[in-house]
Design a protein around this ligand. Sequence first.
Ligand code: ADP
Length: 244
Amino acid sequence: MAPAIAPPTAKTQSPSTSKVIAPAIVTLRGVSKTYPNNTKALMGINLEIPRGSFLFVTGPSGSGKSTLLKLLYGEERATEGRVVVDGCDLQQLRGDRLSHLRRRIGVVFQDYKLIPRRTVSENVAFALWAQGLSRKEVHRRLHPALRMVGLHHKSNCFPEQLSGGEQQRVSIARAIVGTPPILLADEPTGNLDPDNSLQVMKILKKLNEVGITVVVTTHDDGLIRRMNQPVVQLFNGYLLQPKK
Ligand code: ADP
């Protein structure tokens, strides 16, 4: 699918959806990001993502998809504009308050980022231990998360004993174990074959159906068509007009 090039829009976009529009969990207003080497990764982005929605962010490599997600989970800071996530203005947040917000955002990466010498359970529980939760509480949260991704039976395996699709499902369990209101997935199927990609997408959709807002970057047009969910498109750092 060739990108439909359209002039950047000044209006705030809400991805088209048949669902009733709930208040936005993410609001970007006039957001630009220029990296220190002067690369302009995002320019004048206006976007609202309704709470409880599922959204694909697509566009060619280098169009700014990862940068957009990094602004949402506080890995990078916008050079201009406002980024508000779950009521928090990320331009204003520093230190503990930023760490607190980041704990409430689930993130999934293309390369899974699992700890090799830890079991599936340990990988998923790690963030909960780091927050100082009791053994009982960790246990209470761990098992539903593993069941949600269909990996309860592999809880004692190490990452190298799992397929790529299974490793990605562990990383999804790790992202949701803290019950975040929003899950950001950056090219989650980039290393997976079509069957595993679809399985991962179906899990993300299932999580959306239980109320988690899900934002997924991908340049897999076939997968986008199969999932039939709202899409916004980036091109050279600009958000394009939604296709009618
Ligand atoms: P995508 O995810 O769509 O492939 P990115 O957000 O990774 O796009 O990158 C957008 C642009 O920003 C690209 O030109 C990329 O080279 C550049 N870029 C990304 N990260 C950095 C960085 N840390 N420093 C400098 N330039 C970067």
